[in-house]
Design a protein. Structure first.
Ligand code: NAP
Ligand code: HSE
Length: 428
């Protein structure tokens, strides 16, 4: 039998502990599948005294992840700490410099430094695997890198953040507010160390930027993702959307257009009876469209210990088997710097706003829309809470640029009480 594959694992939180558990519980199965034993040489986290619910006594402990990453008895550095800078970046770079392969679940690191890390790894003949970085337990990276390699990919879209989907579906089902749901998502192990990355759409934006790179052969460009989080979505929006037969989802979409590479991650209304509309809780869905395959839909748990650890262990198995694939599917030096494009395709929009309850207020809003060339499909004033009147408008198809023009004209009218909520309607 080939010599064991020796791991150094930095990060023993939700994902790290999950990985240790699978490696211990399934040692014989993994050995049978890969043809070699997979062993853990050393581990690292911030607090050596914390009880993590797994027995770590047979592994060496390193306080410093860089020291762990460069140990002689480590073949693969498994980075499960998180963050685009600091320990995660330093230790990953050190591991590559020391000739170690890397497995990571860290989308922030790859979305910001993926190009440089891929170039460093490939120049040294090393692999970086990151299945867990996008959509948790769904093998979407593998699907794009390997199974769909024969396709020109035309579009990638989906729901890629478990926390946001959990919050949005539980808000609708149980009428709960953000605070209670944050606590629940935390207990389920879904949240990032900084949960504003989740609700701000940033975590999902990181994931979309990584998928775009593989799908379109472009350098990861997270800065070009049009980004909007779910923080402004209220129970009222969820109820109004449901009333019209829609659900609100944090939806990502990346596609090549004649204007350049469009990447957007934003809350949208999708038909409640569509596959995306029916996603519940921490479930993710990624839809990939290619010229030969047409459409592939991948659905599964997007966060939490088991699913994420499953993806990390899958990557470790690939390395144990000796698999070699360029980090983003083609040599990093050949990836193109794509021209970013703002989303141009027109869509209907949902607008919710509170108006000062005075004569002519509604007319001013209708005028602002009309002057931007936007036609109203439905409009209604519902309920009444002195001194403002809540108003809901659904537009006919329009562009985001025209809508932005109308929204800024509305601000000038002096009849708005607060900023309107504007959500794209995707009739998938
Ligand atoms: P977590 O529960 O917060 O665990 C992070 C671990 O990293 C902790 O053990 C922590 O040590 C350790 N750590 C943090 N900074 C460190 C430093 N400077 N030096 C040494 N150790 C350090 O996070 P997680 O949920 O497992 O996530 C880990 C990674 O997986 C992140 O990149 C995350 O984005 C990604 N991910 C998570 C999920 C998920 O569902 N949770 C899914 C996909 C991807 P202490 O325990 O001692 O504090
Ligand atoms: N915080 C992330 C989520 C973890 O909720 O989807 C999985 O990447």
């Amino acid at each position: 039998m080939t010599a064991p594959l020796r791991l150094g694992i930095a990060g023993l939180g939700t994902v790290g502990v999950g990985v240790v558990r699978i490696l211990r519980k399934r040692a014989a199965l993994l050995s049978a599948r890969t043809g070699r034993d997979i062993s853990i040489s050393a581990v690292s986290a911030r607090d050596a005294t914390k009880d993590r619910g797994v027995n770590l006594s047979s592994y060496a402990w390193e306080d410093d992840p860089v020291a762990l990453a460069t140990r002689d008895d480590v073949d693969v550095f498994v980075e499960l700490m998180g963050g685009s800078e600091g320990a995660a970046r330093d230790a990953t770079e050190a591991a590559l410099a020391a000739g170690k392969h890397v497995v990571t679940a860290n989308k922030a690191l790859l979305a910001i430094h993926g190009q440089a890390l891929a170039e460093q790894a490939e120049a040294a003949g090393l692999m970086i695997r990151y299945e867990a970085a996008v959509a948790g337990g769904i093998p979407v990276i593998k699907a794009l890198l390997e199974g769909l390699a024969g396709n020109e990919i035309t579009r990638v879209m989906g729901v890629m953040n478990g926390t946001c989907n959990y919050i949005l579906t539980r808000m609708e089902a149980d009428g709960l507010g953000y605070e209670a749901l944050f606590e629940e998502a935390g207990k389920l192990g879904y949240l990032e160390a900084d949960p504003t990355l989740d609700v701000g759409g940033i975590d999902a934006g990181h994931k979309l930027a990584i998928l775009s790179s593989i799908a379109f052969g472009t350098r990861v460009n997270f800065d070009a993702v049009e980004l909007e989080g779910i923080q402004r979505i209220e129970l009222e929006d969820i109820r109004q959307a449901a009333d019209m037969g829609y659900r609100i989802k944090l939806l990502g979409l990346a596609q090549r257009t004649a204007r350049g590479l469009e990447q957007r991650m934003q809350p949208c209304l999708v038909p409640a009876n569509s596959p995306l509309g029916q996603l519940e809780g921490g479930t993710n869905m990624v839809v990939i469209e290619g010229d030969a395959v047409e459409q592939v839909v991948l659905r599964g748990p997007g966060a939490g210990e088991g699913p994420t650890a499953s993806a990390v262990v899958g990557d470790i198995c690939d390395l144990a088997r000796g698999m070699r694939v360029p980090v983003f599917g083609q040599p990093a030096t050949t990836l193109e710097a794509a021209r970013p494009a703002q989303s141009g395709l027109p869509a209907p929009y949902y607008l919710r706003m509170a108006l000062m309850d005075k004569p002519g207020a509604l007319a001013k809003i209708a005028t602002a829309l009309g002057e931007a060339g936007i036609s109203i499909n439905r409009m209604r004033q519902y309920g009444h809470s002195e001194p403002t009147a809540p108003v809901l408008i659904v537009t006919h198809k329009t562009t985001r640029a025209a809508l932005d023009m109308a929204l800024s004209a509305m601000q000038e009218t002096g009849v708005l009480a607060g900023d309107p909520v504007a959500l794209r309607i995707e009739n998938l």
